[in-house]
Design a protein around this ligand. Structure first.
Ligand SMILES: Cc1ncc(COP(=O)(O)O)c(C=O)c1O
Length: 411
């Protein structure tokens, strides 16, 4: 396959994919990672060669403005020089040396300084590490088993979105609720009086929290003597340095961070009340790699770049321009579509009353934007990084304009 949607050569991606299918479990199951990575079958590159600033290049040499940003791990831009230099210094000094490195304490101090309510910090490596540690500590602290959760919170037993391999009784300990609906949340709490260890939620995903929702959710949980955990994996270090707790002036008991915190390096953090975090000594949460310090040095450098707020403000402005421009274009083309999400995490979706027609529009639009050098996710909200410029947004809108013309013909 060379010319999939008229001009974009993806030969090397296609070849690597074919080879990978024989050896890599994540590439062989048709409806799992392939679906996630390929986005519009045949139209998206799967393998990349390098990234710089707001751009990535695939293995066939095609250049794209990247708005997937490795699912939000990149906030400054790819291969940010300050972060790379900090990581290289740590690598050169040895970063797995049997003793904890200085960066461990320095990063914890920094997080305590900038994240509201964080009296203690536990540094881990992945988002699922952090959310699972939060649940473990909440259960240990309250001596209760149940969890009420909302959003994507990771892959471990209590949070996995597919039931395969998860014992039924474990699934039975977890409930979800309707976002922005306090009555629904109250009803879930009332089904299990005295049993809920914690309410763990993303503070928002596509829809902003309604007035009073986050505080109301915190109050409800506390009325039921349950702890509150904000899963700030996406909102942290993108919406505001102190995350949603700072933005909405609401205080959770625990909060979890990762993704943008180290601009792509693998580190996560559980932060929160000292008395709850003290449960670390009464349960088991551990990994050989937790004290591996390269990603901690990268996090310190990333936070250093973000601290004055200038780059995060720029991200918001770029996202707003993109959202405004897309809304205007959709209107002009008369397409059934809407812009959603926060400016820093925007999204654009088709809203044809017949889902099949929306899917046709979606595939056409996103294949065409990809072909024009813009990497947008068709089904997951996007992310904006600080390296994105006004010219980049103009380029995206020009590509979107042409893509809408093609999509309108396909509808
Ligand atoms: C809100 C949220 N929580 C938790 C996770 C899990 O993080 P990880 O994939 O690093 O385990 C993610 C990952 O996408 C996430 O977006």
């Amino acid at each position: 396959m060379t010319d999939v949607v008229g001009g974009l050569r993806l030969d090397t991606s296609v070849e690597l994919l074919a080879r990978g299918r024989f050896v890599d479990a994540t590439l062989s199951e048709e409806d799992y990672v392939i679906a996630r990575d390929r986005l519009v079958e045949g139209a998206y590159p799967v393998f990349g060669e390098r990234g710089k600033g707001a751009r990535v290049w695939d293995v066939d040499g095609n250049e794209y403005l990247d708005f997937i940003l490795a699912y939000g791990t990149v906030i400054l831009g790819h291969a940010d020089p300050a972060v790379t230099a900090a990581a290289q210094r740590e690598i050169a000094d040895g970063f797995s040396i049997s003793l904890r490195k200085r960066a461990h304490v320095e990063l914890a101090e920094k997080l305590v300084e900038i994240i509201p309510g964080s009296e203690r910090v536990f540094l881990l490596k992945t988002g699922s590490d952090a959310t699972s540690a939060a649940v473990r500590l909440a259960r240990a602290y309250t001596d209760r088993d149940r969890v009420i959760r909302w959003g994507y919170n990771g892959w471990h037993d209590w949070a996995a979105q597919r039931p395969g391999g998860i014992p039924g009784p474990v699934q039975g300990y977890v409930d979800t609720f309707q976002y922005n609906d306090l009555d629904n949340l109250r009803a879930v709490f009332e089904q299990h009086p005295g049993e809920v260890a914690c309410l763990l939620l993303m503070p928002f995903e596509l829809d902003a929290p309604g007035p009073g929702f986050l505080q109301g959710a915190v109050d409800l949980a506390h009325e039921h003597d349950a702890l509150v955990v904000f899963d700030e994996m996406r909102s942290g270090f993108r919406m505001a340095l102190g995350g949603a707790q700072e933005l909405y002036r609401v205080r959770a008991d625990l909060a979890t961070f990762s993704k943008a915190m180290a601009n792509g390096w693998a580190v996560s953090a559980l932060t929160g009340r000292a008395d709850v975090m003290a449960m670390v000594g009464k349960t088991h949460i551990s990994s050989t790699f937790y004290s591996n310090s390269v990603s901690m040095a990268a996090a310190l450098a990333t936070i250093g770049e973000l601290e004055d707020g200038v780059k995060l403000a720029h991200v918001q402005v770029m996202g707003s321009r993109l959202q405004d421009g897309l809304a205007e274009l959709a209107d002009r083309h008369g397409l059934p579509a809407r812009v959603r999400g926060m400016p820093q995490m925007p999204f654009f979706e088709f809203t044809h009353p017949e889902p099949g027609r929306s899917r046709v529009l979606q595939d056409a639009f996103f294949a065409e934007t990809t072909r024009r050098g813009v990497l947008l996710h068709p089904t997951h909200h996007w992310f904006i990084c600080a390296a994105t410029t006004n010219e980049d947004i103009e380029h995206v809108l020009a590509a979107a304009n042409e893509a809408m013309t093609v999509a309108a013909r396909s509808a």
